[in-house]
Unconditional design. Structure first.
Length: 247
């Protein structure tokens, strides 16, 4: 068992301070550990009445494919997932889905019992909805990134986007403490692995990116294109339906 709000202080911040300690003590959930490798859905808990699985630590990648071509989504600390919903995907397209665990991963199982416990703390409901919406927004940013023409631009934008979620600013640059192989990056930017290797070498020669095995160091500031992507995915700046042309 784990104390979910102690593991995820951002969720605890949703509770007024006068009741926060009680919420931390009472909101407990089973903890699940998954070793690196392919994650089999039949080994995961099925809980249609629960919230889902909350990533406490680790890194996973989800693939969705049609006719041999796959898109990829990276999930890590703070993300919510419900792997069993893959079985209910639309039958109108021949989708293939799969999960892989890139780093040892700990998950909090937010099952029906946890839902009952959090009923005393209704402030948590919008916090979890916000997590789900943030995951959707991250997917929209990923889609905009893979539409960039140059692979080196895609990679630089992706790394800065991930650094915005899990990076740390240091005196020598922005550190992204994730073990991302060239093959994983190729999946995330929709490119071939040799092309990604070549593009990363170019970014390194230009002094923009450095890899040290289990982390990436980014130098300078986030590319301007990423700021444009962020604006596109912000609801306040999204174009109204009647303003879209070229249907």
């Amino acid at each position: 068992m784990c104390h979910v709000l102690n593991e995820d202080p951002e969720l605890a911040d949703a509770i007024p301070e006068v009741r926060r300690r009680r919420a931390i003590d009472e909101c407990t959930a089973p903890e699940l550990y998954i070793a690196p490798g392919s994650a089999r859905r039949r080994g995961l808990p099925l809980m249609p009445g629960g919230i889902g699985l909350l990533v406490l630590e680790g890194l996973l990648i989800r693939h969705v494919g049609i006719d041999g071509r796959f898109g990829a989504e990276l999930l890590g600390e703070g993300d919510l997932l419900r792997p069993w919903q893959d079985d209910a995907e639309s039958a109108t397209l021949p989708l293939k889905t799969g999960w892989s665990v890139l780093e040892p991963t700990r998950l909090a199982v937010l099952d029906e019992q946890f839902v009952s416990l959090m009923s005393s703390f209704p402030e948590l409901a919008p916090a979890f909805v916000g997590r789900a919406m943030q995951r959707s927004r991250n997917l929209a940013v990923n889609m905009a990134i893979v539409h960039q023409a140059r692979v080196d631009v895609r990679l630089q934008m992706l790394l800065w986007h991930l650094a915005g979620r899990w990076g740390r600013v240091r005196s020598d640059g922005t550190v992204l403490p994730l073990r991302l192989t060239h093959a994983v990056l190729a999946d995330l930017v929709a490119a071939r692995r040799p092309t990604v290797t070549s593009a990363l070498s170019d970014l390194s020669r230009r002094g923009l990116v450095r890899s040290s095995g289990d982390r990436w160091v980014l130098f300078g500031e986030a590319p301007g294109e990423l700021l444009d992507v962020d604006a596109i995915t912000t609801p306040e700046t999204a174009p109204a339906p009647h303003a879209v042309s070229g249907s």
